[in-house]
Design a protein around this ligand. Sequence first.
Ligand SMILES: *Cc1c(COP(=O)(O)O)cnc(C)c1O
Length: 436
Amino acid sequence: MYNSTLAIYNTKSQELFNRAKNVIPGGVNSPVRAFKAVGGNPVFMKSAKGAYLFDVDGNSYVDMINSWGPMILGHAHQEIIDAVQDALSSSFSFGAPTEKEVLMAELICKMVPSIEKVRMVNSGTEATMSAIRLARGFTGKSKIIKFEGCYHGHGDSFLISAGSGVVTMGSPDSAGVTQGVANDTLTAPYNNLSSVKQLLEANRGNVAAIILEPVVGNMGCVLPLPGFLEGIRKLCDEEKVVLIFDEVMTGFRLAKGGAQERLNVKPDITTLGKIIGGGMPVGAYGGKKEIMDYVSPLGPVYQAGTLSGNPIAMSAGLAMLNHLSGNPSVYTYLDKITEYITSGIEQSINSLGLPYSINQIGSMYSLFFTSEKVIDFDKAKTSDTILFGKYFQGMLKKGIYLAPSQYESLFISLAITEEIADKIIKANHLTLTEIQ
Ligand SMILES: *Cc1c(COP(=O)(O)O)cnc(C)c1O
């Protein structure tokens, strides 16, 4: 069933990583790729097709992270390849508007319930940075509230952790973020409405925006408790605070209109990324007309991009979104196959008598190595990350490529068949048995 134990180390991957470390900080262009949280060295990939990744040593893996979300249709989907190939001969960039940008914006406004106007950028980070600048420009206020364990890209304002007191000022999580910036970022525990109320009261008249992942993927998969999103929406209305849903991960994944459609709560601004580019570097932020009209050149909030709306990237994104909007059965299938996998894993856990918990919604899930029900970052941090490291390595050796950290959601793609799902469930059972 499995390619027994894969030869992953002392290989071409190892050699490339050694070379990479001489010329790239940590050998990688994004930190989590370095496998620091799980031990061992990263696997260098060569190609991918459908549900499978192929590394430089000829090993294959079932991909359960899908480039951190974008490849929801599986790798190298023919419709996206065709769209990009078709665009290639018309030049890679104009720095002038194109029809594809109009089509893309029209499609996004049609798909995402709360978006009336949208601006394209090049990454999720750019989208969130622009969204809070816009919220500040629109309200004339400076502070933002974010939640512990929610990730919004690497903009200075978001690299803040709460410390213990909910009403205390943030302190920077990263060297290079100034205390001045940190002072404007307030943090609350996820799923804790009363701490948000406290923060709003203590900072009345100074809060421009509340930003959150409506379903969290970045402390592992964590769902909003019933009433949490509705409660935040109500507080924002009462206090005239802009509500930003960061749907970089959940957008076009949990439904064609994202978490806001699935959970039926509308934000004022939505940030998008990942799936929106079909694997190309694309992000976007959009929302109510009256707010979006504050963006330059119409309004006073400056935001720009030399390669924003790039024609090749738009071609990939358009093909992706057209497929998703035209095939609602995609989401029915993803829900079904993911539930099949998580119930298989749950059966293993129960039969082995292990105290672990799974959070799942749509095609996102996380297996937490803790007996606690994970509803916020403090609970997520009770997970046994050493054990997760062993689990990760065990799965990798059986040809299943997971996200290399306990604090990530896994993503199921349309290319995962029931046969592949059975393979995942078996590898999971075997690995759990081995590592206890
Ligand atoms: C990935 C992610 C980002 C950052 O997007 P990049 O394209 O990596 O800059 C922001 N917010 C959320 C919720 C994400 O998952």
